[in-house]
Design a protein around this ligand. Structure first.
Ligand SMILES: O=C[C@H](O)[C@H](O)[C@H](O)COP(=O)(O)O
Length: 261
């Protein structure tokens, strides 16, 4: 008998379940990465089992494996070419729905996939909502060659920008540097507060060795925020609308609880 969901998992689950309402038969859907996106993939898997026909474009090896496990037909972005919708988690979102992503190391594929979609929907629990981005360390994907030089250049660059902190750390996986699905490293920028996220996103990508940064500016259209009590808020930045629902779910849906991420 699976354990009852924690409040945080309930929040992620109801956000994912609400976001599934945007998915229609025949859509090509970008599938995000991370613990919240994993709920989405499981929920979509249930709908596929009930007859929904979609093609998923995963943003990581992990998501591709989970999507296949739950019966979603997956393809590559190059095959799909353009997507109707991408649904993904985030590490932070601000009132303009600008994001920090990449806490799980998948920012590069996530940004490419989201940018190749008509709409991007972020699913999140309330802890991801911030007034100003930057408390969550900003991930920057860099190529392994000369990464220490890239780190020094990043330190120099951020010192000249409107931020609170300036520490840059190499993300580790045990005793070795973390390796992304694209074979790169991640440098995490501990900025505290990013005064001008738009400027930062542009400037970081000018540094040789930087492949991409985790700031998603003007990419996200809708945020679905879940709460531990089953309530969800849907905010659409394009039409300024905001609505609230309660997601009813059967305790039996806790069948997902032991899947983890
Ligand atoms: O690289 C990972 C992604 O950007 C995730 O979507 C992000 O880190 C949020 O992950 P989670 O839903 O596990 O908090």
């Amino acid at each position: 008998m699976p354990a009852k969901l924690s409040a945080i998992d309930t929040a992620k689950f109801v956000a994912a379940k609400r976001a599934c309402e945007f998915v229609e038969d025949g859509m090509r859907v970008g599938l995000g990465t991370g613990s919240t996106a994993a709920w989405l993939v499981r929920c979509l898997g249930e709908l596929v089992e009930d007859g929904l026909k979609i093609t998923g474009v995963p943003t990581s090896i992990r998501t591709a494996e989970l999507a296949r496990d739950v019966g979603i037909s997956v393809t590559t972005l190059d095959e799909a070419k353009w997507l109707d919708l991408t649904i993904d988690g985030a590490d932070e979102y601000d009132p303009e729905l600008n994001l920090i992503k990449g806490g799980g190391g998948a920012l590069l594929q996530e940004k490419i996939v989201a940018t190749a979609s008509d709409r991007m929907i972020v699913i999140a629990d309330r802890t991801k909502q911030v007034e100003t981005l930057g408390a969550f360390p900003l991930p920057v994907e860099v190529i392994p060659f000369g990464w220490q030089t890239t780190k020094a250049l990043l330190e120099e660059t951020i010192a000249a920008l409107d931020v609170m902190g300036d520490k840059v750390t190499l993300r580790m996986d045990g005793n070795a540097p973390y390796i992304t699905d694209e074979g790169n490293h991640i440098l995490d920028l501990h900025l505290g507060r990013i005064g001008n996220a738009r400027q930062m996103a542009l400037v970081l990508n000018q540094i040789p060795g930087v492949v991409e940064n985790g700031l998603f500016i003007d990419i996200c259209d809708i945020v679905v925020t879940g709460n531990g009590n089953g309530r969800v808020q849907v905010k659409d930045i394009n039409n300024g609308s905001s609505s609230e629902d309660v997601i009813e779910f059967d305790e039996d849906e806790n069948l997902f609880a032991d899947l983890g991420d």
